[in-house]
Design a protein around this ligand. Structure first.
Ligand code: PRX
Length: 638
């Protein structure tokens, strides 16, 4: 179904799903407790988050829960000292979690590795020592260009443990995209792998990392650590490049955990906006760990026996919060899979669920749509009875995909928890709990301690049933602390609708207060749950010598949700033909990497522009889809 069809079905969706009584009885938070939590958080939000902070360990407690005197810049738990890794690893070593599995990893060829909390703790310590011996210190930026390997998690934790700041770049990004992020972050160290397995092939990664380091940016990167995954012969630069295993072999099993201020940066994660430059979203140790811990454990009802599988790639925030930090903070067991979901055939995910007894499976709607195409015989071939909860994130799930997931994967017993959040929010914001009455396609309501509204351009609430702009009306602990080197960019989130956080999404609230996300209000394109900036794509087109100018919009795609369509104006003397189209697609892929899927290219004589010269992508989109995008969108065109 295309996007407009999906929207129609969302608007007409009236089905309601109640949790099974057994699930309600066993839930960590029952309906009365949820009600009480909502009331408490509404009356005393600081008290609510303070209670959440008290569930974690601190080297020194806070002077205050929130200092918003410099609003919109907020300091959560000022005066407190902590380190998220102390809570994610160190403290578990003193408890029964010590010998519990922290990570079950499976490589695409079928090899596996498992780490108990104790083993992971030691491995992280060894790598933390190695980082220190490479001269990495508190506040330095460490860039990870890594696929889904245990070392990715280890490197993130080791970096945070010594107080340095990690920034993971998706392994599907190009050398140029990597270089741009290295430069912006002024990274001192790059961690990568020789290669990894994907869909039966080996993808060489170190070569791309080397390419990224050619040019001006090489100045900031002093060393590169290379994980040996595929035993590939790779060029190692003497004095700059080190193999991971050579470094950790000689290191001690213990390493001191750096004492951080609550607001000290933990990581940077680049995401796309409407401009050509990716934004470096900054998250801190204290607020982030409180928000992620509270929301992950509440929404996914984490129990000591759970096996939690968040299938997201480490290059996205979903994996940071729900694949690495959240599960470890909660002391649960995570699953990580290196490869392609259809390798060697379309049941790989279900076979993993069955073999490890996964209890909670969290993925993106695009994955469900892709797997739906192969029919139900693949899930039917596996025992999925261990599953008790399902979750989705990244884009609206159509009621059809929701029902497919619920019936064929969840045996009509497992609630599908649709979680709305962003790289910027760090934690789940709008989401159900397992006890919540569910309407397929709705993200239900804000979690306790979170306040949201659906408003018009003036900030006035719109009536139920009408589309409006989604805003968050009070600060939350895991909120980004800023944008890297871009104070103005951060302020913009709070200035579009003054005093409120503008999420960039269009939403509708129904008569029951349930929120339905309808898509982006700005021009950001959501390809398979990944944010891609149109300006980044347009710049990539303009690298080709035939292109004079380009405009890119998102168009509906049955599997990926959206794909990019480009409108290209050619320089005089160039004629459009199939070869040129192929060449243009190749150029964009080289510039940005395989994430930049160009569905089609149209050639035109000129592009619609505002009087000030900005491309009016909205006009192209409305024409393309035959839509009236309405009054609430287009805020960015002003
Ligand atoms: O448009 C919304 C969509 O993804 C955007 C955030 O993208 P990103 O920062 O990459 O983080 C994605 C994963 C946390 C949002 O502005 N989005 C996220 N979750 C949902 C969603 N759209 C609809 N329903 C969701 N559950």
């Amino acid at each position: 179904m295309d996007q407009s069809g999906a929207l129609d079905s969302l608007l007409q969706e009236e089905r309601v799903f109640r949790p099974l009584p057994q699930l309600v009885i066993e839930a960590n938070v029952n309906p009365q407790e949820l009600d009480a939590a909502r009331k408490f958080a509404a009356m005393d939000p600081m008290g609510y988050w303070e209670e959440a902070a008290d569930e974690l360990d601190w080297f020194k407690k806070w002077d205050q829960v929130l200092d918003d005197s410099q609003s919109p810049f907020c300091k959560w738990f000022p005066g407190a000292r902590c380190n998220i890794v102390y809570n994610a690893l160190d403290r578990h070593i003193e408890t029964a979690n010590k010998n519990k599995l922290a990570l079950i990893w499976e490589g695409e060829p079928g090899d596996t590795r498992k780490y108990t909390y104790f083993e992971l703790y030691r491995e992280v310590n060894r790598f933390a020592n190695a980082l220190r011996s490479l001269g990495i210190r508190k506040g330095d930026r460490v860039l990870l260009y890594m696929p889904q390997l245990p070392e990715t998690m280890i490197a993130m934790l080791a970096t945070a443990k010594i107080g340095a700041i990690h920034s993971v770049v998706f392994a599907g990004f190009s050398a140029k995209a990597l270089r741009q992020r290295i430069n912006d972050a002024q990274a001192k160290l790059l961690i990568t792998t020789d290669g990894f397995y994907r869909n039966g092939r080996i993808i060489r990664l170190k070569d791309t990392a080397d390419e990224a380091l050619i040019g001006a940016c090489a100045d900031c990167v002093e060393s590169m650590v290379v994980v040996r995954r595929c035993n590939l012969g790779v060029d190692m630069v003497d004095g700059r490049d080190f193999h991971y295993d050579d470094l950790v072999r000689q290191e001690r099993n213990e390493a001191p955990t750096e004492v951080m201020d609550s607001g000290d940066p933990l990581f940077l994660l680049y995401t796309s906006g409407t401009t050509g430059k990716p934004k470096g979203i900054v998250h801190s140790h204290g607020g982030y760990m409180v928000g992620v811990h509270r929301t992950l454990t509440t929404v996914f009802d984490i129990k000591p026996t759970d096996i939690f599988w968040c299938a997201a790639d480490p290059g996205w925030v979903t994996s940071h919060s729900s694949g690495v930090y959240g599960p470890l903070l909660a002391g649960t067991t995570s699953v990580m899979y290196e490869g392609h979901p259809n390798y060697p055939q379309a049941d790989r995910l279900w076979s993993i669920v069955a073999r490890y007894g996964v209890t909670i499976f969290y993925t993106a709607p695009t994955m469900i749509r892709m797997l739906m195409r192969f029919g139900t015989q693949y899930p039917k071939g596996h025992d999925l009875s261990s599953l008790r909860l399902l979750g989705t994130v990244g884009e609206t799930i159509s009621p059809e995909a929701w029902i497919w997931l619920y019936k064929n994967i969840g045996r009509s017993e497992c609630p599908v928890l649709d979680t709305w959040w962003q790289t910027e929010t760090g934690m789940f914001m709008l989401a159900p709990l397992p006890i919540t009455l569910l309407k397929p396609g709705s993200v239900t309501k804000p979690l306790p301690g979170v306040e949201a509204d659906v408003v018009d351009r003036n900030g006035d609430p719109v009536e139920p049933g009408k589309g409006g702009l989604l805003v968050l009306t009070r600060p939350w602990p895991a909120m980004m602390t800023g944008l890297w080197n871009d104070e103005e960019g951060y302020r913009e989130y709070w200035e579009k609708i003054p005093g409120r956080y503008y999420a960039g999404d269009v939403a509708r609230r129904d008569e029951d207060g349930y929120i339905w996300i309808q898509g982006r209000a700005d021009d950001v394109i959501n390809i398979a749950g990944h944010r891609i900036g149109p300006a980044e794509l347009e710049a990539a087109f303009c690298v080709h010598r035939a292109v004079s100018e380009a405009a890119v919009i998102g168009v509906p795609d049955r599997i990926k949700g959206e794909a990019a369509k480009a409108f290209v104006v050619l320089h005089h003397g160039f004629e459009p033909d199939d070869d040129l189209i192929r060449d243009l697609k190749r150029t964009v892929r080289n510039e940005l990497g395989p994430v930049a899927v160009i569905k089609s290219i149209a050639f035109c004589d000129k592009l619609p522009r505002t009087r000030s010269g900005k491309i009016m992508r909205r006009v192209l989109k409305a024409e393309e889809l035959g839509l009236d995008l309405g009054d609430v969108t287009g805020l960015d065109d002003e």
